[in-house]
Design a protein around this ligand. Structure first.
Ligand code: MN
Length: 714
């Protein structure tokens, strides 16, 4: 284990300005907090954060990162709080440790294998500060190095998770070495026999050929030189894991693999690439089907190089890559692009650029502090990743809600969702989801998509489903309503109503089915008596018009003052051609929230939304109409009912009617409900313009001496 002064010296070796005092305090703090805790290896627990800090010095990270590395498990595993860390080590360290603690919590959720890609994205999205991710990887690397101390079941699980999640993450952010080490340890754990045999085979080859790699490099260098090509040659033996992967992909045996050793020839320009290729192919045997020219046809991610397989120097099958320095840079730095290619994905240009910038920053040893502080992870910050109760990860656009989540799971779940539990607590459906939330959707068969949802959902899938439902549902409503209207109208005239008769008149209304006719009547595109006239052409029209009262006549009758006015009251949402009246039970006024009830024989009754009578219709949703007041409403008087307690004294009644008249109201009816020595209790029906008008009158009455109590009444 690194001693305190060794760690500080390591940091100071590349960052002379590092905060030595803070490093020392963090070392001691971690040691004290983890106290007597032990790792499974039997080592004191604090050796783990110290080793993690040591790994971080290999990346030449700033002292903030090293301190956060030392403290990374204190909040999760000891009684330390984030506030304590903030007080002692500042905001930045606290923020990073907080990020790591959150990641640790996310990690504990089991994730299905096929969700690995989403899980990687989640980790990236949650690591707002690049240092969170770097420390997380160092943490994982040390845990892998000490994996052999753990119980076998745990080892397999951790190794698999490392292969699925962390090695690709390390590769994505350009940490090739970390990636390889993670893969090798995990591979050795998961496929012990394969690992051992490949390793043994490599050792055998190495002993046989005694330093084959340098020999081949030397020969290739000679070949280039003799042909006047300026080139630098490098070569390496592939790792057991990458060999094994290749064996799997190509379904080949170890002996069949030609590229256990890979060599690279880097030249100055494109012309030299082809010259070098010519030299190689004319001197050595080419292995069939191993030649690829990615210079004339680059890979989708922009990768350029020439690949070929030959029986090369020392009579060994090798793979050779030939490229320019510039191509090499792109290939090496564009690890994200390379990785994405191997994953069979399309490469997003933005991510590619981000990786390159990150690598440039990491290579800057001079002032790591400043660079790291300005490097915020911006990958996937337009997405949010949430868990299903089973551990599946669902990726959604930012600002998504449980309804979006439900539709992403399945449209039937979305259609029937009534509520959501987020992290175990019931939350409103409009709640904005956060990264890592576990979302459980509560469903009910009685539920259906609501237009309300349209106000807060963000995914196209949810929006489309809601609109589709509303459209289809409206038609259902229109069909039911149209059928009712027709039956009622026919019945009212003592005419036989049957669907067969309607079939004959389909062409009259450009309808393809009887439902089409119903829907047209329900929507008001065609009136019921149009249909009746079509079925019974001989029936007298004048009689019909008496039955189906146009809206206008209803209102001119109900209002003496406006009986000559042509403009009818406008209520939105009514069925044109359908009779309408105001319910006597609740006296709706413009300004009240209202609802229409399709009555039997009397058209639509308008009630206030809180009218008690509505309870009777609770089980008949097909009779309810969503209506609201239109613009012309205030021109037409309406009757509002007041309950008034009036002093029993001379002139009181006169005062009351005067007050109402002066406020522009007109008393329509007046009933004395109760009478005592001191009071009259009255119900007064007043013609008013709208709800506000009635409220003004109530206010005027309240101010009067003779009125002791006044309120609106049903
Ligand atoms: Mn740890």
């Amino acid at each position: 284990m690194l001693r305190q002064y060794e760690l500080v010296d390591l940091v100071k070796s590349y960052d002379p300005d590092a905060d030595e005092d803070a490093l020392n305090r963090a070392y001691v703090f971690a040691m004290k907090k983890h106290g007597a805790q032990l790792r499974t290896s039997g080592d004191p627990y604090y050796s783990h954060p110290v080793e993690v800090a040591g790994i971080l010095t290999k990346f030449k990270l700033d002292s903030t990162s090293i301190i956060a590395g030392l403290l990374h498990d204190t909040v999760e595993d000891t009684d330390t709080t984030i506030d304590e860390i903030r007080t002692l080590f500042g905001d930045q360290v606290a923020q990073i440790v907080d990020g790591l603690t959150k990641l640790a919590m996310i990690e504990q959720k089991s994730v299905n294998n096929k969700q690995a890609e989403n899980f990687r994205k989640l980790l990236l999205a949650m690591s707002e500060d690049i240092r969170v991710l770097l420390i997380k990887l160092a943490d994982r690397l040390h845990n892998m190095r000490t994996l052999h101390f753990c119980a076998p079941e745990k080892r397999a699980r951790v190794a698999k998770e490392t292969l699925d999640i962390y090695a690709p993450l390390a590769e994505r952010i350009g940490m090739q070495e970390v990636k390889s080490e993670l893969e090798e340890i995990a591979f050795a754990e998961l496929h012990k026999e394969a690992y051992e045999s490949i390793k043994a085979r490599l050792n055998f080859l190495r002993e046989q050929g005694s330093n084959l790699v340098p020999k081949i490099i030397h020969q290739l260098e000679q070949d280039m030189k003799e042909n006047g090509i300026k080139a630098s040659v490098s070569g390496r033996e592939k790792t057991p894991y990458s060999i094994w992967r290749k064996m799997q992909q190509k379904n080949a045996s170890f002996e069949q693999l030609s590229d256990i050793m890979a060599f690279r020839i880097i030249v100055d320009d494109v012309a030299s690439c082809y010259q070098a290729l010519g030299v190689v192919h004319s001197k050595y045997h080419m292995v069939p089907r191993r030649f690829k020219d990615y210079i004339s046809t680059p890979k989708p991610n922009g990768y350029k190089s020439i690949h070929t397989g030959i029986i090369g120097p020392e009579n060994t099958r090798i793979e050779i890559q030939i490229r320019t320095q510039e191509m090499h840079e792109v290939a090496e730095k564009g690890v994200a692009a390379h990785w994405a290619y191997k994953q069979g994905e399309k490469v997003v240009g933005k991510n590619f650029r981000w990786i390159r910038e990150l690598l440039e920053i990491l290579e800057q040893a001079s002032n790591p502090e400043e660079f790291l502080e300005n490097t915020k992870l911006e990958m996937y910050n337009d997405q949010v990743f949430c868990f299903t109760p089973k551990g599946d990860l669902i990726g959604l656009p930012i600002n998504s809600t449980p309804v979006d989540f439900a539709y992403a799971v399945h449209s039937s779940v979305g259609d029937t969702c009534v509520g959501a539990k987020i992290n175990g607590e019931i939350r409103p459906l409009r709640t904005v989801l956060q990264n890592g939330d576990q979302v459980e959707i509560l469903t009910s068969k009685a539920q259906h998509p609501s237009t309300e949802w349209d106000r807060f959902v963000v995914t196209g899938k949810a929006k489309a489903a809601i609109r589709r439902y509303v459209r289809a549902h409206k038609r259902d409503q229109f069909i039911a309503l149209g059928q009712q209207l027709l039956e009622r109208t026919f019945k009212g005239e003592n005419l036989e109503f049957n669907e067969k008769a309607l079939v004959n008149i389909l062409p009259n209304f450009e309808a393809e089915s009887i439902d089409d006719i119903y829907a047209k009547v329900g929507e008001g595109l065609v009136t019921a008596w149009d249909v009746m006239k079509a079925v019974y052409p001989a029936y007298k029209q004048s009689k019909l018009e008496k039955v189906v009262k146009p809206l206008k006549s209803v209102f001119s009758k109900s209002s003496r003052k406006n009986k000559n006015k042509a403009e009818p009251l406008k209520i939105k949402g009514l069925i044109p051609g359908m009779a309408v009246h105001f319910a006597g039970c609740c006296h709706p006024l413009p300004g009240d929230r209202i609802v229409g009830i399709v009555t039997t024989g009397k058209g639509v009754a308008v009630h206030t939304i809180d009218c008690k009578v509505l309870e009777k219709f609770a089980d008949e949703p097909e009779r309810w109409l969503d209506i609201s007041w239109g613009d012309a409403a205030e021109d037409t008087p309406h009757v509002g009912r007041l309950k008034v307690m009036l002093a029993n004294e001379p002139g009181a009644l006169g005062d009351l009617s005067n007050l109402i008249a002066r406020s522009g109201g007109n008393i329509n009816n007046l009933n004395i409900v109760n009478r005592t020595v001191s009071y009259f209790e009255l119900l007064v029906d007043v013609e008013v313009k709208d709800l506000k008008h009635l409220t003004d009158i109530i206010a005027a009455l309240k101010a009067s001496k003779v009125v002791s109590y006044v309120s609106r009444s049903n």
